[in-house]
Unconditional design. Structure first.
Length: 326
């Protein structure tokens, strides 16, 4: 059995779909199913669903689990409840690490590119205590993910007992189907599509950095299907361990993203620029780009979906249809 925590969420539900399409399983999902996320799994065949409150007790009664894919988290970049965020994003995965190590169960978990902070220290996924200590995340979400990555590095360095396979994935700017419940945390691809569909124009932040034109702020946008493919590849290669970036390795501008949305809709681009809110202006990232050498060196050879192809697929196969769910 493969257990996917946060399996009703955005990335988690796409992983569940990919596992089912590959015939991997049986699959159990742990999730609270809040915010209408049940729609993300309406097409899936699950052997069991588990509420997070009983996950640890449920695990204690099982002897048939091959792997836990831990995507569950408080993922809001505006979260302010430190005790709850650390409980969910640090203490729970640490408990799962300990349980997996004791039971011989493989563990793949979600980290985040938010751990890199403002990017001044680069985006190298080198796995060592010293390398990880260089980064200063800009928000509580990033700090909680960074804390767990650093604890894993400490445990591995100390020779502590570990799961038979472990891998942390630093996801960059993910977009694609099943993110509709995320409200203020949706991808800019979905935001721009909704704006173009309703008002005929897309809204982007104006640049407040002289090195970047309006709409020229750069991100590493990655299609959610590529994220699921990396997880499946890790499950197919149990000897691969480590902390890895999951991006395309190519930064693209928000203007290019918005243009791709309009192109997929068959419309001429109409883009409006507004000031970046003062509350986030001094923490705004103007550039992110995953270094992908380590994942490639580990053996992952599949090409990543281009921005234009991913956005076209998103609009054509999901957003522009009666049923946008995967």
């Amino acid at each position: 059995m493969i257990v996917v925590t946060g399996g009703a969420g955005f990335i988690g539900s796409n992983i569940v779909a990919a596992l089912e399409e590959r015939g991997r399983g049986p699959i159990a999902v742990c999730d609270g199913f809040d915010s209408g996320k049940w729609r993300n799994l309406a097409k899936r065949r699950l052997v069991e669903t588990i509420h997070p409150n009983i996950l640890l007790d449920w695990l204690g009664a099982r002897r048939d689990i091959e792997a836990i894919v831990h995507m569950g988290a408080i993922s809001s970049t505006t979260a302010t409840d430190e005790a709850e965020t650390m409980r969910v994003n640090y203490h729970l995965p640490l408990t799962l690490w300990t349980w997996c190590a004791a039971q011989g169960v493989r563990l793949i978990y979600a980290s985040s590119a938010a751990t890199y902070g403002d990017g001044t220290q680069g985006f190298d996924d080198e796995f060592s205590e010293a390398a990880l200590a260089r980064f200063a995340p800009l928000n509580l979400y990033g700090r909680s993910k960074q804390a767990f990555d650093r604890e894993v590095a400490r445990l591995v360095s100390a020779g502590a007992k570990r799961p038979p396979q472990w891998a942390g994935l630093k996801f960059f700017n993910v977009y694609g189907p099943n993110e509709y419940h995320k409200e203020g945390q949706i991808s800019v691809a979905l935001k721009n599509w909704r704006e173009a569909a309703s008002d005929g124009r897309a809204v982007l932040f104006r640049s407040h950095n002289p090195n970047y034109p309006d709409g020229g702020q750069l991100r590493d946008f990655i299609w959610v299907g590529d994220c699921a493919d990396v997880v499946l590849w890790l499950l197919d290669h149990p000897s691969v361990n480590g902390l890895y970036n999951v991006g395309t390795g190519k930064a693209r501008s928000f203007k290019e993203l918005a243009t791709a949305v309009f192109d997929a809709m068959g419309r001429e681009p109409k883009i409006e620029y507004v000031d970046t809110p003062v509350a986030i202006r001094d923490k705004y990232q103007y550039f992110t780009e995953a270094r992908m050498e380590r994942l490639r060196q580990a053996g992952y050879g599949k090409p990543f979906t281009s921005l234009e192809d991913g956005v076209a697929r998103y609009v054509r196969d999901y957003l522009g249809t009666v049923d946008p769910y995967r």
